[in-house]
Design a protein around this ligand. Structure first.
Ligand SMILES: Nc1ncnc2c1ncn2[C@@H]1O[C@H](COP(=O)(O)OP(=O)(O)OP(=O)(O)O)[C@@H](O)[C@H]1O
Ligand SMILES: [Mg+2]
Length: 372
């Protein structure tokens, strides 16, 4: 039997657990009338928390209902790309023929047609159809069949603010006009904060927000056991408890621990506690490179220095100690405390204390610090 687990970013897991709330809201909004508050949904969470796979699940739901889906990763130039290539394709599909010929538009305005005809044709064949006009037409086409359009943007961040503004304006227009459109977006907590502070993007602030945190261990156990049993093996309760605890509820680790636990003795009918422990250990050896390193790469040098100063402690760290170890003032250290809390790398842990919020980051920093 092939290994059922998917320790790869962006790949839909064999069983998606702990995401009922956003999925229920999203399903409801697809069936609801335009103007429903959940027509704009914003997903945040740290790396590996499952943002992309949740967006994928939204998109699958929408496609299953016959909605047209625009699914993009945010990058500079994306608004133009959607207008120039994605929407024309979808419109061609929706209308059953390819209509976007700019030549006709030019000819029509010069020709001697009746006024009514000219107007209609000009609208239909604009020389450079805008994002808004095409999105409107697509939504209306879909609406004729009781369907709509889902616009899904992953990894939103400030560097693409200009594109986000263009997209947001079009989306807002369609919302106001009561068109059949739903908008979902996802991003890292720090990236979302940067985007939400943009005055033009206020509508995102009003979006329904879901924060993807740790998954309860009972859900983790289900996400591990079900794929194992569906693949013809079994797992003991003890092994399941060992593996679930090792994930700390972190979605990526569900897949990483599951994958390595499965691979310890793939010929054995039952996964026991010994295999679970060995699998968890193998997973731990890889989490530094797969999770901690990319997370640290998102941060500034001083952010990293702050975290390194924390790693010296076995449990929560005192702010005074951190500032002393960094050789900076307490107020300077406090600024970085706020940044790292916003990025969800650390959490406040009682008065004057902070603690790590990323699984196994302390261990990783301790191991790799001398090499830095
Ligand atoms: N709810 C879940 N249940 C089980 N596995 C999950 C769940 N959510 C995510 N995963 C798994 O975790 C891994 C990371 O998911 P995903 O790529 O969606 O994270 P992300 O938040 O988009 O990360 P990044 O910020 O780096 O893009 C994938 O292997 C995915 O299969
Ligand atoms: Mg992602």
């Amino acid at each position: 039997m092939p290994n059922p687990f998917t320790p790869t970013f962006g790949v839909t897991p064999p069983l998606l657990v702990g995401r009922d709330d956003p999925l229920i809201d999203f399903r409801a909004t697809l069936g609801a009338a335009p103007g429903d508050p959940n027509r704009a949904i914003l997903i945040t969470g740290m790396r590996g928390s499952g943002k992309t796979v949740l967006l994928n699940a939204f998109e699958d739901e929408a496609r299953a209902r016959g909605w047209a889906v625009i699914s993009e990763t945010t990058r500079p130039g994306i608004a133009g790309e959607i207008a120039a290539t994605v929407l024309p394709e979808l419109l061609a599909e929706a209308t059953g023929h390819r209509t976007t010929t700019t030549v006709e538009g030019v000819n029509v305005s010069a020709g001697g047609f009746g006024a009514g005809v000219t107007r209609r044709r000009r609208e239909r064949y604009q020389p450079a159809p805008s994002l808004r006009s095409q999105l409107t037409e697509l939504a209306d086409r879909c609406d004729e069949h009781g369907r709509g359009v889902l616009l899904s943007l992953d990894e939103i961040h400030r560097e693409a603010a200009e594109d986000l503004r263009a997209i947001a304006q079009a989306v807002q227009h369609l919302f106001r006009e009561g068109r059949q459109l739903a908008f979902v977006a996802a991003g890292l907590p720090s990236a979302i904060d940067g985007v939400l502070s943009d005055a033009v993007l206020t509508f995102l602030r009003r979006a329904e927000r879901f924060h993807l945190g740790a998954v309860p261990l009972a859900d983790v156990a289900l996400a591990l056991r079900q794929p194992i049993e569906a693949s013809g093996r079994s797992i003991t309760d003890e092994a399941l408890a060992v593996a679930a605890a090792a994930t700390q509820g972190y979605p990526f680790l569900i897949q990483l621990v599951g994958y390595h636990m499965w691979a310890v003795d793939p010929g054995a009918d039952t996964i026991d506690a010994r295999q679970a422990r060995a699998g968890a250990e193998r997973a731990m050896r890889r989490i530094g490179r797969l999770v901690n390193e990319p997370a640290l790469a998102d941060l500034s040098a001083v952010d990293r220095q702050f975290l390194l100063a924390m790693a010296a402690d076995a449990g929560p760290s005192r702010m005074v100690d951190i500032a002393t170890r960094m050789g900076v003032s307490r107020s300077y250290a406090s600024q970085y405390r706020l940044r790292l809390i916003a990025a969800e790398m650390i959490v406040p842990a009682g008065r004057g204390f902070v603690d790590f919020n990323v699984p196994y980051l302390r261990e990783y920093l301790r191991k790799s610090a001398p090499a830095r």
